[in-house]
Design a binder for this molecule. Structure first.
Ligand code: PLP
Length: 411
């Protein structure tokens, strides 16, 4: 059956330069290469070219590509149990919930399959909690200017980027925005109608912009005073990227809800919502759920990820190599003030603002095509560096050398 079908479509498929080029929805601006394999901090394309990867699946592959502990955990779990549904308990999701709770101090954990879904769950939980408390006018989800929380309708409504909204209206109502890092504005924005304030401790998609600690501390105080929940979206900046397992530990401000995804399983689809005790009973059976949430294989991969972090002292490593990468980028920015502003970011979540008329794409394309380094743009004008957290010192040096040669080519 399949043989017959593929014989029929074979001539058309042969005409493709890249797998799926004819039939994949063209909703991504894909680069003209096909990746076939990953090893540590490198990706290898269909021609055998090896690229130094400063993107890591967009802050996903914290332990690098094809880490043996992750591979082994996936294979062992796949041979044992792949899906049981959420009608039953099972060991991988249960143990992962216990681990995340022990490491964060949050009482309950909800699993889903992506970052957007984790934020949807946080939004729904915040509204349902107010409803259960009889606060029927506490509906508003307050988010920040420049935020990115995902592409599903609720997460999109919390995303302050008119370009992402365009043509998708009407979006769900009850969302409002306040300027990022503006304490005075926040004072006026959180009130008795606010169900939750959601904020990225480091904004990723809008160009790697860290929150001020004072802003997050003010958010904590105002949410407490006015009865709103504080949600940290740690989907990009969590799971060790800042040099602590959770971003809230870097800022020393404790939210009520934390959303995680991306790096949690080092590459398999998973999302998680960590829930403080005071909100732990807001969602009851039947209120929310998803078929694949907390599936055994991604959960087993996440457990392997946490184990490897412990064994390798990853946080100290991130602090060291992150400082080296940042120092190298700062030196480049100093040398080429015509092209760049000073780098921003924390740990291994770094951004280098590009001055017009140059754009991040100039460097992304030249780096990939000529120097075999994979870079990525974020926001209007920023080059984002989010390599595997396991990147070695010599790979940091090599990345800086390749990037420097890329700059010479572009300019
Ligand atoms: N929140 C933040 C801070 C993100 O960076 C992203 C993705 O880039 C998301 C949410 C959405 O996650 P996903 O693409 O897994 O839905």
């Amino acid at each position: 059956m399949f043989r017959t079908q593929s014989a029929i479509v074979a001539p058309a498929e042969q005409a493709e330069r890249f797998p799926g080029e004819r039939h994949l929805l063209q909703n991504y601006a894909r680069a003209p290469i096909a990746i076939v394999r990953g090893e540590g901090c490198e990706l290898i394309d269909s021609t055998g070219t090896r690229y130094l990867d400063m993107v890591a699946g967009i802050a996903v592959c914290a332990l690098g590509h094809a880490h043996p502990a992750i591979t082994e955990a996936i294979a062992a779990q796949a041979a044992t149990l792949v899906q049981a549904s959420n009608l039953f308990y099972h060991e991988p999701a249960g143990t992962l919930a216990n681990e995340l709770s022990a490491r964060s101090g949050f009482e309950r954990v909800f699993f889903c399959n992506s970052g957007a879904e984790a934020n949807e769950a946080a939004i729904k939980l915040a509204r349902k909690r107010a409803f259960r408390n009889g606060e029927t006018s506490r509906r508003t989800i307050l988010a920040c200017g420049g935020s990115f929380h995902g592409r599903t309708m609720g997460a999109l409504a919390a995303t302050e980027n008119p370009h992402y909204h365009e043509g998708f209206e009407p979006l769900p109502g009850g969302f409002a925005f306040t300027p990022f890092n503006d304490v005075a504005a926040l004072e006026g924005a959180i009130d008795e109608t606010t169900a939750a304030f959601i904020v990225e401790p480091v904004q990723g998609e809008s160009g790697v912009r860290p929150a001020d600690r004072a802003f997050l501390a003010a958010a904590r105080r105002l949410c407490d005073e006015r009865g709103a929940l504080l949600i940290f979206d740690e989907i990009q900046c969590g799971m060790g990227r800042l040099g602590t397992l959770f971003a809230f530990q870097t800022f020393d401000v404790r939210p009520d809800l934390v959303t995680l995804a991306k790096a949690l399983s080092n590459g398999l689809p998973i999302g998680a919502l960590l829930i403080d005790g005071k909100a732990a009973r807001a969602l009851q059976p039947g209120d929310h759920g998803t078929t694949f949430g907390g599936s055994p294989v991604p959960a087993a991969a996440a457990l392997a990820h946490l184990r490897v972090r412990d064994e390798t002292g990853l946080d100290a490593h991130v602090a060291r190599v992150g400082a080296a990468l940042r120092a190298g980028l700062a030196a480049i920015a100093e040398r080429r003030q015509d092209l760049f502003e000073a780098p921003r970011g924390i740990g291994l979540m770094l951004g280098l603002p590009v001055r017009p008329p140059r754009t991040p794409k100039d460097f992304v394309d030249a780096g990939r095509d000529h120097e075999r380094i994979l870079l990525n743009g974020a926001g209007d004008n920023t080059l984002r560096f989010v390599p595997p957290l396991t990147i070695r010192d010599d790979e940091v040096a090599e990345a800086l050398a390749r990037f420097s040669r890329t700059i010479e080519r572009v300019s």
